[in-house]
Design a binder for this molecule. Structure first.
Ligand SMILES: [Zn+2]
Length: 69
């Protein structure tokens, strides 16, 4: 274990379906999904790219999952 490892990590990023221009922040789970909820049911392609989806970049909690509604 690495108790001194900073909890802050680079967000996982990926695109959804055929749209390879909108890069979403992915939830860090076994089956990552866009944080903004885009492309429900679509195939996720993970990239080492900067997130550019405005919904995914919206504060206040970029490193926490959205609270359930
Ligand atoms: Zn998004």
């Amino acid at each position: 274990m690495h108790p001194h490892l900073a909890p802050e990590t680079t967000p996982r990023a990926g695109t959804v379906g055929e749209d390879d221009t909108s890069v979403h922040e992915l939830t860090d789970t076994e089956t990552p999904r866009p944080r903004c909820g885009a492309g429900d049911g679509e195939r996720i392609t993970e990239w080492l790219r900067a997130v550019n989806c405005p919904d995914c970049l919206t504060p206040p909690s970029p490193f926490r999952p959205s609270p359930p509604n």
